[in-house]
Design a protein around this ligand. Structure first.
Ligand SMILES: [Zn+2]
Length: 286
């Protein structure tokens, strides 16, 4: 379980922060992620958690797809209004390259020549879809650019995942949203603070989200407005998988059972397997 804390700063800036180690470790376990894949997906899941917290209704749903054309392939992360996030990655075992400064080369593994697409379903007739170009493939910068470019929302985003071999030892993210009434002097201080917000995973090592917010923004008038639990949890279930099997059509479904003995559907987000034997298939199409 991870705790996300939100604060209003100087009456003109909304800051959300999450300590996301548990979420990243669940993703590593489910997807058997190599370190660079864990860093990329961990950052993306952390951002999805921060964005999902904005939802007003439990049914609201967000999907973000990072398609950088790099070795990791497409990274998909989802968040809902229940405080649940989940993710999928095309190539989870990409070899890890370490840059000269000792950091994992997430940008090259994600790729830079692609797009970030965000789909928000908040119960309107059509879901909202926004797309922007990737800036660096490092995820945080890409989301910051997305907010500015696609949602006309000036934001600062910083995300970090610290790993010890195949385990996440600390992770977290901070999302700074500047409200239209933000005074110039606050804005210029924020720029300096955001610039200093480096090595995010260390900041969250042994610190809660609230402590990180107070550490960086303590000089401003600060009100904690929310504190919620977020978890990596999949919302797949028999009913959803039934629909997928039904979409095959009865003839094709039965043909698979004839050839393979059963139909097996594996959820990409949590690894759970659903199986259908002949009886189950026939019952489904009855
Ligand atoms: Zn699932």
């Amino acid at each position: 379980m991870s705790i996300l804390t939100k604060a209003l700063i100087a009456n003109s800036v909304v800051v959300s922060a999450i300590e996301s180690k548990d979420i990243v470790n669940k993703a590593i376990k489910i997807h058997n992620l190599s370190p660079v894949a864990a860093a990329a997906m961990g950052r993306a899941l952390t951002m999805a958690a921060l964005m999902g917290e904005e939802f007003k209704n439990k049914e609201d749903y967000l999907t973000a797809v990072i398609d950088g054309k790099g070795p990791l392939g497409k990274i998909t992360v989802c968040a809902d209004g229940n405080g649940h996030v989940k993710g999928d990655i095309e190539n989870p075992v990409v070899e890890t390259v370490v840059k000269q400064d000792g950091h994992l080369d997430v940008g090259d593994a994600v790729g830079k020549d692609g797009t970030l697409t965000v789909i928000k379903d908040i119960g309107l007739k059509q879901p909202y879809v926004g797309t922007s170009q990737l800036v660096s493939g490092e995820i945080a910068q890409d989301f910051a650019y997305y907010f500015a470019d696609s949602e006309q929302k000036p934001c600062g985003v910083t995300l970090g995942v610290g790993l010890n071999r195949r385990r996440c030892k600390s992770a977290g993210g901070v999302w700074v949203q500047i409200l239209p009434n933000c005074p110039e002097d606050v804005l210029s201080r924020l720029e300096t603070i955001m610039y200093a917000m480096d090595e995010m995973s260390y900041q969250f090592d042994g610190s809660t989200a609230e402590q990180v917010i107070r550490r960086f923004f303590g000089e401003f008038e600060l009100t904690i407005t929310e504190s919620v639990d977020i978890d990596y949890k999949c919302n797949c279930g028999k009913r959803k998988i039934n629909r997928i099997v039904k979409s095959l059509g009865k003839d094709e479904a039965l043909q698979i059972v004839d050839e393979m003995g059963q139909i097996e559907v594996c959820c990409h987000f949590c690894g759970k397997k659903y199986t259908y034997d002949r009886d189950a298939v026939e019952k489904l199409f009855r």
